[in-house]
Design a protein around this ligand. Structure first.
Ligand SMILES: [Mg+2]
Length: 407
């Protein structure tokens, strides 16, 4: 089963996506997601200039060997651009292998451990009435777990909070199509004063059972995060995510020493090695990597199996800058791994779903990848061609005195 072609499609149906399609001599084709929000063309160049020439003529069935060939063979290891490119190749090869077998991918990965993947949606509001409306809307859409993000008095636009910026809902697409990144203002102490009261109000309104999640988006120091984790203990969070900047693994040890609030991190990681101290030290409860940014199905399976040895569960990253291809790959893993925790889910825009024809379903709060052979996603080239790439950047964050801070 030789590879005869590999092409990279960049399309922007509401936001930018980078997709790799690999085709074999028997006419089978597979898709992989290589989207790196705000740096899309770097991955496209890495694929087109350095990876595609290595793929043509290779055996499409040699998935692990190809992963190692691209990972070890480059000499320069890891990094988001490299690992997104490897992820796209790996996911496309798994798609082909499962199509060749006539099976949904989760069957090749060992079969389903559950009937569906519990998904959490993103509720937010600038104030409590808006937040309550958003939580109710998510419950009506069927969500059985909810991420809660809130505005902070005295601050303008805040990460994760729905607002209309330039006609776009902010929580749907924070990357704005401007010449330079939008700059936001941040005050961690104001945030820390406000958030516990919000969760107290949400529990009072919606009761004790609903799983609630919260994302700190890497903005706190370890001791600030420890203080927040402690303050949120009465409200029984499912997890506190991205409390501190991701590259400082030891920071999680300090947080862990002070709070029993479960901790999740890892969406900016791209390798199992980024988790070594976190997993062996049992410093976190959930791994947050995306299939798209962690070397594909192979890289993610390795990470989840490693985490499982230490009783740590999955919480695969799934915002809308993961394409429907990357999302489908996540859902197949969600079904197949024993240590599944929860799946992030933001619904893609209608335009995105015109380009990517998906088959996955959301029913009763559970996502299912469908039983279509392979990933169950097809790319409509004609529809993709109608949405050319447009440069977009994620925001930059500054403290009130102008210091650049983590966004
Ligand atoms: Mg996050």
């Amino acid at each position: 089963m030789r590879i005869v072609s590999a092409e990279v499609v960049v399309t922007s149906p509401g936001r930018n996506f980078v997709t790799l399609r690999i085709t074999t001599e028997d006419g089978l084709s597979g898709l992989g997601d290589a989207t790196l929000n705000g740096r899309e063309l770097a991955v496209r160049a890495y694929l087109v200039e350095h990876v595609v020439p290595l793929l043509v003529g290779r055996d499409a069935s040699a998935v692990e060997d190809t992963w190692q060939y691209l990972y070890r063979g480059a000499y320069w290891r890891r990094g988001p651009v490299t690992m997104a490119a490897i992820a796209a190749v790996d996911t496309a090869l798994w798609d082909i292998k499962a199509k060749a077998a006539g099976m949904p991918l989760y069957q090749l990965l060992g079969g389903a451990c559950r009937v569906g993947a519990l998904a959490y949606g993103h509720a937010s509001g600038r104030d409590l009435p808006e937040l309550f409306d958003s939580i109710r809307a998510h419950l009506e859409r069927g969500y059985r777990a909810i991420r809660v993000q809130t505005g902070v008095p005295g601050l303008g636009v805040v990460y994760g909070v729905a607002a209309s910026v330039g006609g776009q809902r902010y929580d749907y697409e924070p990357a704005r199509r401007t010449a330079l990144p939008v700059e936001e203002e941040w005050d961690t102490r104001a945030y820390l004063r406000h958030v516990p009261g919000v969760f107290e109000a949400v529990r009072a309104e919606f009761g004790p059972e609903l799983p609630l999640l919260h994302d700190g988006h890497h903005r706190m120091t370890p001791i600030q995060a420890a203080k927040l984790g402690k303050a949120l203990e009465p409200y029984d969070l499912f997890w506190l995510e991205d409390a501190t900047p991701g590259e400082d693994q030891a920071a999680l040890r300090l947080i862990r020493q002070h709070t029993t609030t479960p901790l999740a991190i890892g969406e900016v990681f791209n390798s199992v090695h980024d988790y070594q101290e976190l997993i062996t030290g049992r410093l976190i409860d959930y791994v947050r990597s995306a299939v798209t940014h962690t070397g594909g199905v192979t890289g993610m399976r390795r990470l989840l199996d490693f985490a499982g040895v230490y009783g740590i569960k999955s919480g695969i990253h799934g915002p809308t800058d993961i394409s429907p291809v990357g999302m489908a790959a996540a859902l197949h893993l969600d079904l197949a791994v024993h240590n599944f925790g929860i799946q992030e889910h933001m619904e893609h825009a209608a335009r995105t779903l015109e380009v990517f024809r998906t088959s996955f379903t959301f029913d009763g709060g559970l996502l299912h990848p469908s039983d279509a052979p392979g990933l169950g996603v097809e790319l409509d080239d004609e529809a993709a061609g109608a949405f050319p790439y447009e440069a977009a950047y994620l925001p930059v964050n500054r403290l009130r005195d102008g210091t650049v801070h983590d966004w």
